[in-house]
Design a protein around this ligand. Structure first.
Ligand code: HEC
Ligand code: HEC
Length: 482
C-alpha cells in the first residue's frame, strides 16, 4: 500500500530559532482510518469543561490533540526527545524557473539531512505551511529540485523541514500492523487481543518499562526497547520481531516512546486537575459552592496556570527520557562477573536467604515463587481498596507474583548481565525491589546462584552441600528465620 503523505504546519507556535514547535504529520490511505487514541479513565472522570476546555483555553483532551494529534494526523511536539525523522534546514540559495526551483539547503544546528527526501515543508516565510515535492535530492550537498512552486512561496532564508516526520510515520504504520492488536492504538495495553493474555500487554502510558539496563530511578533506554523487540519477552505472549529490518525496529521504538510520552503527559496533566475538577470533587464542592463559580475558577486555572504546567511537564519528559540514554543511567558492574563455582553459588544462596536481602520472603526458601508475601492481601495504593485475590500487584493493578526461579525462563533475558541488572535495578513497576546498595560482587554471587537453581539436584540443594558455610559475615544460614 502506498501512503499518501502530506505534512502541514501547525502555525500557532514557532519556536527555537524559527523551527516549528509543531509539525502535523498527516497519514492518509491507511486501512485503520477510524482508529483513535483512547483517553484514560481518569481523564473521563473530569467534568466536561476540564476535558474540553473553556473559550480560548484548551482542556486535557484538546491539549492532547494539540500536542500529539490523532492516529491519522500525528503532531510532532518538537520539544519531546523523539526522532521524528527528516531535518530542519534553511534555504541558502534559491533559483526559480517556472514551477520548478533549484534550492540549496543548509541543515540547522544538530540536524542531519535524510538520505532520501520526497517532500519539503515550508516552516517560516511567505510560503509557511506549503508542501512541495522533491524531484531530485543530494544529501551530501543539500541541493534539491522542488516542483509545484508558485511565485513567491519560497525565498532564501526560509526554514523548511525536509521529509519531516518520516520516521514516526513509518513507526506508526508498523505499530498499527504488528503491535496495536495487543498494545492498543494509544499504547494503553488494551488492544482487542489483550483481554485473553496474562501477563497483559504493557500499557506504555505510565512511562514505566520493566526490563531495563538503566538504574532504578531511570527510564527505559532506546537500546532496551530495541532488545525487547528483537528477542520478545520469554514466557509471555510478547513475540520476537527479530526478522524486521533495523530501521523498521528503530522507527517502532520512536513510536513507542511517542505513545509513552503522550500517556505520561495525559496522566500528569489530569493529576493537576483531578482533585478540584473531577465529577466527584465538584459534586462534593457543590455543598457550599455554586457550579458557575467552580467553572469560573477552572476557566482562570486553564487560562493562567495550565500553560506553565504544560511547559513544565514537557520539560520533565524531555529531561527524563534524554537522561535514560546517557552513560550515567546505565548499570555498569564495578567488578567483572565472579566466575561460577559451588562456593559462589553457596554464597549467593546465603545472601538470597539473608535477612537484609530476603529474596525468600517473596520467592520462597527454595525459589519456587511461593514466599510468605505471596499470601498477603494488598491494597490498591491509589484507592486503598484491598484487592480481591491474595498476592503482589504491579503499578498497572495486575496480579504479578514473584517468579518461580526453577523454570529457567527469565523475561528480561538470561545472560548473567541481564540478571545483574534485574537485581540491581529491580523490575520497574513491579514489587521486585532494587538491590542497588548490595556490593556488586555479592550481586554476582546471587546471579550464579539464581542461574543454578533450575539445575539443582533437589530444591534448595545449593548450600546444603559438603563444605561448611564459609561466610565471614552475619548473613543468615540457610532456612534461618523462616
Ligand atoms: C500477542 C500480543 C503482543 C504483541 C503482538 C506485541 N506485544 Fe509487546 N507485550 C506483550 C505482553 C503480554 C507484554 C508484557 C510482558 C510482561 O509483562 O512480562 C509486552 C510487553 C512489551 C513491552 C514492555 C517491555 C518492558 O520492559 O516493560 C514493550 C516495549 C512492547 N511489548 C512492545 C511491543 C511492540 C513495539 C510490538 C509490535 C512490534 C509488540 N510489543 C507486540 C504482548 C504483545
Ligand atoms: C517484595 C517481593 C520481592 C523480593 C523481595 C524479591 N523479588 Fe524478585 N521478583 C518479584 C516479582 C513480583 C517478580 C516478577 C516481576 C515481573 O516480571 O513483573 C520478580 C522477578 C524476579 C526474577 C525474574 C527476572 C526475569 O527476568 O524474569 C528474578 C531472577 C528475581 N526476581 C530474583 C530476585 C532476587 C535474587 C531477590 C533478592 C535479592 C529478589 N528477587 C527479591 C518480587 C520480589
Amino acid at each position: 500500500m502506498r501512503l499518501g503523505l502530506a505534512i502541514m504546519l501547525h502555525t500557532a507556535v514557532l519556536k527555537r530559532a524559527g523551527i516549528a514547535a509543531f509539525l502535523a504529520i498527516v497519514v492518509t490511505g491507511c486501512s485503520d482510518n477510524n482508529a483513535s487514541f483512547s483517553i484514560s479513565e481518569k481523564t473521563r472522570s473530569l467534568i466536561p469543561e476540564a476535558q474540553a476546555g473553556i473559550a480560548e483555553s484548551p482542556g486535557v483532551v484538546a491539549l492532547l490533540d494539540q500536542k500529539f494529534g490523532t492516529p491519522q494526523t500525528l503532531k510532532a511536539w518538537m520539544k519531546l526527545p523523539v526522532q521524528w525523522g527528516g531535518a530542519a534546514a534553511k534555504v541558502e540559495v534559491f533559483a526559480a524557473d517556472g514551477g520548478e526551483a533549484k534550492v540549496k539547503f543548509t541543515a540547522e544546528e544538530g540536524q542531519t539531512f535524510p538520505e532520501k527526501a520526497g517532500f519539503v515543508n515550508v516552516v517560516t516565510g511567505a510560503g509557511a505551511g506549503k508542501t512541495f515535492s522533491v524531484s531530485s535530492w543530494d544529501a551530501a550537498t543539500g541541493e534539491a529540485v522542488l516542483t509545484g512552486l508558485d511565485g513567491g512561496s519560497l525565498a532564501a532564508g526560509d526554514i523548511c523541514s525536509i521529509d519531516g516526520g518520516s520516521t514516526i510515520q513509518s513507526g506508526r504504520v508498523l505499530y498499527m500492523r504488528h503491535c496495536s492488536h495487543c498494545h492498543g492504538t494509544a499504547g494503553d495495553g488494551n488492544g482487542p487481543t489483550a483481554q485473553y493474555l496474562y501477563p497483559r500487554p504493557r500499557d506504555y502510558r505510565h512511562g514505566v518499562f520493566k526490563f531495563t539496563s538503566t538504574n532504578d530511578m531511570s527510564k527505559v533506554s532506546r537500546d532496551d526497547l530495541l532488545r525487547v523487540l528483537r528477542y520478545g519477552i520469554p514466557g509471555t505472549y510478547m513475540p520476537s520481531f527479530l526478522l524486521m529490518k533495523d530501521d523498521e525496529l528503530t522507527a517502532i521504538v520512536e513510536y513507542v516512546r511517542f505513545l509513552s510520552m503522550r500517556g505520561e503527559f495525559e496522566r500528569k496533566l489530569v493529576n493537576e486537575l483531578a482533585s478540584d475538577f473531577s465529577e466527584d470533587a465538584v459534586e462534593s464542592r457543590l455543598k457550599d459552592e455554586q457550579r458557575s463559580d467552580i467553572v469560573g475558577e477552572l476557566a482562570k486555572f486553564l487560562a493562567e496556570d495550565l500553560p506553565g504546567v504544560v511547559d513544565g511537564i514537557g520539560a520533565e519528559l524531555e529531561e527524563t527520557w534524554v537522561a535514560a540514554d546517557t552513560e550515567d543511567a546505565r548499570i555498569i558492574p564495578s567488578v567483572p562477573r565472579v566466575p561460577d563455582s559451588d562456593e559462589s553459588r553457596r554464597r549467593g544462596r546465603e545472601l538470597y536467604l539473608s535477612k537484609t536481602l530476603n529474596c525468600a520472603d517473596c520467592h520462597g526458601i527454595d525459589g519456587a515463587g511461593n514466599g510468605p508475601q505471596t499470601m498477603i492481601y494488598e491494597k490498591n495504593p491509589v484507592t486503598s481498596v484491598p484487592y480481591n485475590e491474595p498476592g503482589l500487584h504491579d503499578v498497572w493493578d495486575n496480579l504479578n507474583q514473584p517468579r518461580n526461579l526453577h523454570t529457567g525462563i527469565f523475561r528480561g533475558g538470561r545472560r548473567p548481565i541481564d540478571l545483574f541488572c534485574r537485581i540491581h535495578a529491580g523490575i520497574k513497576g513491579s514489587r521486585m525491589p532494587s538491590f542497588k546498595n548490595t556490593p556488586h560482587e555479592d550481586i554476582w554471587h546471587i546471579v550464579n546462584y539464581v542461574l543454578s537453581i533450575p539445575f539443582e539436584s533437589e530444591p534448595g540443594a545449593t548450600g546444603v552441600a559438603a563444605a561448611p558455610a564459609a561466610a565471614p559475615d552475619a548473613a543468615a544460614a540457610p532456612a534461618a528465620g523462616e
